[in-house]
Design a protein around this ligand. Structure first.
Ligand SMILES: [Zn+2]
Length: 407
């Protein structure tokens, strides 16, 4: 064999061998897709349960081209929300120089979906706050000397104030805020290994574009720890929220000389981002969903985070019951010598993990529910894992509840 042929053959062999991990990763995604389909079928077949609350699924932290950094349009947001059958979308536009983006963005009901117009504001040190509804004057952000001043102003005006990107907060001696964005899809996507992603796009994107998320999904351990610390120290109560941080601007686009796109891969269209992670809000039966009831529920922590891409979590509950009262996640309940029982229930069999002040106190495997007698006061919350998903998603949280504050 001629030398160049040997070299060519060796290179070809190398190329084939280099594809092996991606073929295996594609196989893994195929297996994951089958489990996801089975879980959703199992969930759909489960008999509906009697309940005191209704469950509304929606998304939080959405940008359009209005506030820069994004290429998305209102139409695309509405279409993405519709195709995911979302009930609400909380917009969080950045301020812009010449437009009042909080006023100009989507608000009210469009095609049956409730839109609430919030702002994502940056203070001098680079820390960020969601204010909902957004401030009418966008100058508010530029004027804000620090995070606490901005929180105070939001609260004085009866708005929701949530800490965005908590990893950027330098001093946690803050008060008055309503909650923390403990998970952010965009922040998580920064963990993407682009070498692996290139191979995955080649082998898996066309078959499993949504489930590529599972290849980089990480439990937001540091944010959860900070959130637990905030709630465990004294009388503070902060709700958790997940942000889609949807921009519809990450991807690859190849155009010909006339500017016509002939290959376009958008990794974060709204439709996909809205499928990955959602906030489910609980309203008492008989209450109607509108901007006021939605924001009140988010403020009180009557909500939970779920990675619905793996299975629709609607129907998840985390409650507390004593001889005197019955409460749901986000509420406070008195222990004071009474029999107090926490109860979690899930729509499909899964691993239910109970935390108290950030420490695991109980785990129940392959269960549809679990009741836990409480002996000590503390801040209790639940994470749920779908172990059946296997690697790489089975050991990451499917659901993150808001806490029940046992005093
Ligand atoms: Zn944002």
């Amino acid at each position: 064999m001629k030398r160049w042929k040997k070299v060519a053959l060796a290179l070809l062999c190398l190329l084939v061998v280099a594809q092996a991990p991606f073929i295996y990763r594609r196989y893994r995604l195929g297996r994951l897709a089958a489990v996801v389909a089975a879980l959703n079928a199992e969930r759909a077949a489960a008999p509906p349960r009697d309940d005191s609350h209704d469950d509304y699924a929606g998304v939080f932290h959405v940008h359009t081209s209005l506030g820069g950094h994004s290429t998305g349009s209102f139409d695309e947001v509405v279409r993405g929300a519709k195709s995911n059958r979302l009930v609400f979308v909380v917009m969080t536009e950045h301020p812009a120089a010449f437009v009042n983006t909080a006023e100009a963005t989507l608000k009210g009901t469009r095609d049956g979906i409730l839109f609430v117009n919030g702002s994502e504001l940056v203070v001098a040190g680079g820390e960020r706050l969601f204010v909902i509804p957004g401030f009418a004057g966008d100058a508010a952000a530029a004027e804000a000397p620090d995070l606490q001043t901005l929180i105070n102003r939001a609260k004085e005006e009866g708005r929701l104030a949530l800490i965005a990107y908590p990893e950027q907060v330098r001093d946690w001696r803050l008060s008055g805020f309503d909650g923390i964005e403990v998970y952010n899809l965009y922040t998580n996507s920064k963990e993407i290994n682009y070498g692996l992603l290139a191979g995955d796009v080649l082998w898996s994107y066309w078959s499993y574009p949504d489930l590529l998320f599972s290849t980089f999904y990480e439990r937001p351990a540091a944010n959860l720890k900070k959130w637990d610390e905030v709630n465990a120290s004294g009388g503070r109560r902060a709700s958790a929220i997940a942000g889609n941080d949807a921009h519809a601007n990450v991807g690859l686009s190849l155009r010909d000389q006339a500017g016509e796109e002939f290959l376009g891969i958008k990794l974060d269209p709204y439709e996909r981002s809205f499928r990955v992670v959602r906030n489910h809000v609980l309203l008492e039966k008989g209450q109607t969903l509108n901007a006021e009831t939605l924001l009140a529920a988010l403020r009180q922590g009557h909500s939970y985070i779920s990675f619905d891409i793996f299975c629709d979590a609607g129907g998840f509950r985390f409650d507390a019951e004593s001889s005197l009262e019955k409460k749901i996640m986000g509420d406070e309940i008195a222990l004071a010598g009474r029999e107090l029982r926490l109860s979690a229930r899930v729509p499909v069999r899964s691993r239910i993990v109970f935390f108290r002040d950030g420490q695991i106190v109980h785990e129940e495997k392959e269960a549809l529910g679990k009741e836990l007698m409480v002996e000590h006061p503390g801040v209790y919350r639940v994470e749920v894992y779908l172990e059946r998903l296997g690697s790489p998603a089975g050991d990451k949280p499917w659901i993150i509840s808001n806490p029940i504050y046992v005093r």
